[in-house]
Design a protein around this ligand. Structure first.
Ligand SMILES: Nc1ncnc2c1ncn2[C@@H]1O[C@H](COP(=O)(O)OP(=O)(O)OP(=O)(O)O)[C@@H](O)[C@H]1O
Length: 700
């Protein structure tokens, strides 16, 4: 087939007039033959079964019936007219009803001719079917018959504009007629063979006109595989070419700082997972290529120390390092923690945030530029253009999802040669999703908690049990522990949430009076100096209770805090709940997380609460979260291509994704630039993909 045929504007397809062409373009984004063929159905209806009218049940979903129209009338109603046709088969009669388009429908209906009708039935003193799809039996028998009838996305909303599912189906038939149903193959013979995939032409035909359930499954598999394979091929190939093209600083020395710290200052034995990850990082740093690594580790798994040791390697090799955190509280905390650890090593370390004074800033800028400053810790302030380093060798970004890709890129340009980048995240992203999202990053996982951690006991309590919860808090405080009480603060309803928080605070003050109890409060509307002050009192143990909004969600580390109470827990997402829970259980004591809710709960809320009570494993929680919300809502996914998948589903098609990735890696390992003759098809398709962005634009 002539490839340019598929680029033909949709107006040229028989059956597409100017109006339809406009609708197809505007509503469905279909401009060419190719766009139409890549409009994949999102479900199929079993069309092998014909119902008799006396077999209809009140709860029938969609049915197909053969019969004749015997009579048509227009009925006046308060809300306008409706057109009603009496439809009969040999077992009974029912009504077909239209609320719109009377004139042309009435003119097109043929009395006493056998029709096949299809649609949902209603029951009200008898069966009726509103806006049925109809076809004369004679035409029906002539058309391309399939057992499963495809249902195309978005056609429902276009039905009243004349683009019904049946119209799309007809256009698709016409397209197959005009193209002879022959399409260029887009996967290599080797892949087709190894994976036992059906050809492109056969897959496209069966996705639109399934000849059997088996062929439909094969068609779906092949097209999903193809979609995921090319995405992986692209991600992995970018990663490889970055490594070969972008030279990185070579940190070939493991110097005094690293070794002294390891031997003398490390406050604990590293876990095996931490050791493994440090090894992975060291391999990167000595490979002459620029490192771009994502370090994933559940809350409290000990990412900070890994980050610190990487920074020491940078300094040992004569470079500077920076660590960027998403909030001032976190930056401050990292600074305090790291400064204490490296104090005796003679490392010069400073903190830069939005609230740093002008004089401090000046000193920091000067020391960065003349190379005196070894480590800079800070917030977004570090990214500003005026912050210039003498030789930034390593940038660590904590909590990736709060930073956009563009901000990550800013760090790249702090030097002529981009620094090594380590992105740390505690948001457990299921591995498969991480592979799709961060395919351009290498991934390390700390999948082990430091020893001696007791797993956090999580319970769900109704608001009506609040007094018991208060008693429990008092007991824990008596034992010397500290307590978090967290309120939701969600932007749209900020005022209301703020009031809830203040009401809650007032009642906690009544229940826990001074001087016996001291309470800190931290929320987003406070000045940052006040926040820091309150936070510090809690960190130092001067207050026993911290009432807060989700500003403390990430990273805050107070090992003596053993109880996390989450108010209106049903309003939080799963990963947020898990993050909050991660604020306790950081010391040696038994810790608790209490999820407070009212009695009215949606089924999703129930699932979230049950999941939290049932497991402490962040990755398992992330899987449930992904199933509940879909990837669209997971932080960080918005900017990635995974949402634009046309046929594969990142959650359901997990296994296909793994296979696709396996083959993408295998292919590129053998032939990185796809120059081998057997990979010619892959190379061509890949180039098209790079050119057109959308992967389904390459089919020709
Ligand atoms: N190998 C280890 N053995 C014992 N304690 C450790 C070990 N590694 C880290 N810790 C301690 O565990 C606590 C949590 O570590 P850290 O703050 O680095 O966790 P994290 O991975 O950054 O978690 P989060 O994302 O929740 O901040 C800290 O108090 C840290 O000192």
């Amino acid at each position: 087939m002539n490839p340019s045929l598929l680029q033909t504007p949709i107006d040229y397809l028989k059956g597409v007039g100017p109006n339809r062409a406009d609708l197809l373009r505007k509503e469905l984004g279909i401009h060419t033959y190719q766009d139409l063929i890549n409009l994949f159905p999102n479900r199929y209806i079993d069309k092998t079964r014909y119902y008799k009218i006396n077999e209809l049940q009140r709860n029938n979903a969609e049915v197909q019936i053969i019969g004749k129209i015997t009579h048509i009338k227009t009925v006046e109603q308060q809300k306008g007219k409706r057109l009603v046709a009496t439809f009969m088969d040999e077992t009974g009669q029912m009504e077909l009803v239209w609320f719109r388009g009377h004139k042309w429908i009435r003119e097109s209906l043929k009395i006493n001719q056998p029709y096949v009708i299809f649609g949902k039935t209603n029951w009200y003193n008898g069966f009726s079917m509103p806006h049925p799809e109809m076809e004369l039996l004679a035409d029906h028998e002539k058309s391309l018959r399939t057992a499963m009838q495809p249902v195309y996305p978005s056609t429902e909303k276009l039905t009243n504009k004349g683009i019904t599912n049946r119209v799309v189906n007809k256009l698709m038939q016409q397209l197959f007629v005009e193209t002879n149903g022959k399409f260029y193959e887009t996967l290599s013979a080797e892949l087709l063979e190894e994976q036992k995939l059906i050809s492109k032409s056969k897959a496209l035909f069966n996705i639109h006109f399934p000849q059997s359930q088996e062929l439909l499954s094969k068609a779906q598999y092949r097209l999903k595989f193809e979609e995921l394979f090319y995405i992986q091929l692209q991600l992995i190939s970018k990663n490889l070419s970055r490594k070969s093209k972008i030279k990185g600083f070579n940190f070939d020395q493991v110097g005094t700082l690293f070794n002294t710290f390891y031997a003398e200052h490390l406050p604990f034995e590293l876990t095996n997972a931490q050791k493994r990850v440090i090894k992975e990082i060291r391999n990167d740093l000595g490979s002459n290529a620029q490192m771009n690594r994502l370090l994933q580790g559940d809350v409290g798994s000990g990412k900070t120390i890994v980050g610190l040791m990487t920074m020491l390697l940078a300094i040992d090799n004569g470079f500077q390092a920076c660590l960027v955190a998403p909030t001032e509280i976190l930056a401050q905390q990292h600074y305090n923690g790291i400064e204490a650890l490296v104090k005796e090593l003679g490392v010069n370390i400073k903190l830069l945030t939005g609230s740093s004074k002008a004089s401090e800033r000046k000193e920091i800028h000067d020391q960065l530029e003349n190379g005196e400053l070894h480590i800079l810790i800070g917030t977004h302030a570090v990214l500003e253009d005026k912050v210039q380093f003498k030789n930034l060798g390593l940038a660590i970004i904590d909590e990736q999802h709060r930073f956009g890709v563009a901000q990550r890129a800013k760090l790249w340009h702090k030097n002529a040669i981009p620094p090594h980048v380590l992105v740390m995240t505690a948001t457990p992203i299921p591995r498969t999703l991480a592979m799709s999202l961060y395919g351009d990053l290498d991934i390390s996982v700390i999948d082990e908690l430091p020893p001696g951690r007791k797993s956090i006991k999580t319970v769900h309590r109704y608001d009506s049990n609040r007094l018991k919860v208060f008693r429990f808090i008092k007991d824990e405080i008596k034992k010397g522990r500290q307590i978090y009480i967290v309120y939701p603060l969600i932007q749209e309803s900020e005022k209301l949430d703020y009031k809830d928080l203040m009401d809650g605070y007032a009642s906690i003050e009544r229940e826990f009076p001074k001087p016996e109890y001291q309470i800190s409060i931290v929320h987003g509307q406070m000045k940052s100096s006040d926040k820091d002050y309150e936070m510090e009192r809690f960190v130092k143990g001067e207050t026993q209770i911290m009432v807060a909004t989700t500003v403390i969600e990430v990273g805050v580390n107070v090992p003596n805090a053993s109880v996390m109470i989450i108010e209106s827990a049903e309003r939080f997402g799963l990963s947020q709940l898990h993050q909050l829970r991660g604020r306790v259980g950081r010391g040696a004591e038994q810790s608790y997380c209490i999820l407070m809710t009212g009695h009215k709960l949606s089924s999703d809320s129930k699932t979230r609460l049950e999941t939290m009570v049932g497991t402490n494993d962040g990755f398992q929680i992330a899987e449930v979260d992904l199933k509940l919300r879909g990837p669209g809502d997971l932080m960080g996914t918005q900017q990635s291509g995974v949402l634009n998948l046309k046929i594969a589903d990142i959650v359901k098609d997990n296994d296909i994704l793994k296979t696709a990735r396996y083959y993408a890696v295998k292919t590129l390992k053998e032939d990185q630039n796809l120059m081998l003759e057997k990979n010619k098809i892959l190379r061509y398709t890949y180039q098209q993909l790079a050119k057109h962005k959308n992967i389904w634009n390459y089919i020709s």
